[in-house]
Design a protein around this ligand. Structure first.
Ligand SMILES: [Zn+2]
Length: 201
């Protein structure tokens, strides 16, 4: 949600042709490891991860959650490795409204910082785990698409309002068609970088 540190040019750099070569069977593994989990009650974290997984399952993207950095060769082919770190508060240069931010071009890979206290305060009248799950899905989608775009509705909306939060309580929000196209193109770009004989990370 908001607070992006990467240039939009990334979107153009990773735009691989017309996208007609999308084949779900060739999707790379998406490995997400989470640190700072002591800042979130374990049941809340597990439920939030399950909600994010369910959101991605609707578009046939499977997330594997790990509790530590994946070992070399963990995951098949050329896996997408995303590091989610729960942090208590934002860095000084982060928007006060931000719930999380991503650094898509970090040397260490794709990194997401989730601002736990901000999410907790935003979610206060609603269910923390549901809002946290949507924050995870939102930021992971940015990472998979390698883009900082936002949609007018759903998971990729820049700022959710009360209506959105209430909707989350009934069922997870959806990705828009454009969200799905961008995510799948991001995954296709990843596949395109596979070596002829992939050997892991
Ligand atoms: Zn966003």
């Amino acid at each position: 949600m908001r607070a992006y540190r990467l240039p939009l040019v990334v979107l153009a750099a990773l735009w691989p042709g017309d996208g007609r070569s999308q084949e779900p069977v060739s999707d790379p593994d998406v490995l997400v490891y989470v640190t700072g989990v002591n800042l979130v009650p374990r049941p809340v974290n597990l439920r939030a991860q399950a909600i994010a997984s369910a959101i991605f399952a609707r578009i046939n993207v499977r997330i594997t959650w790990l509790e530590s950095m994946p070992r070399p060769a963990q995951g098949s082919g050329n896996p997408v490795v995303i590091h989610v770190q729960y942090v208590r508060r934002a860095a000084d240069d982060c928007s006060r409204e931000a719930l999380a931010y991503s650094q898509l071009l970090s040397k260490a890979g794709k990194e997401i910082s989730v601002l736990v206290e901000q999410v907790r305060m935003t979610a206060a009248p609603f269910h923390f785990e549901q809002v946290l799950g949507h924050v995870l899905a939102h930021e992971i989608a940015h990472s998979l698409a390698s883009a900082s775009y936002h949609s007018k509705t759903g998971v990729m909306k820049a700022v959710w309002d009360r209506t959105d939060f209430m909707a989350m309580g009934r069922a997870p929000l959806d990705f828009t068609n454009l969200d799905v196209i961008l995510i799948r193109r991001g995954l296709a770009a990843r596949v395109a970088t596979l070596p002829r004989n992939p050997s892991g990370l």
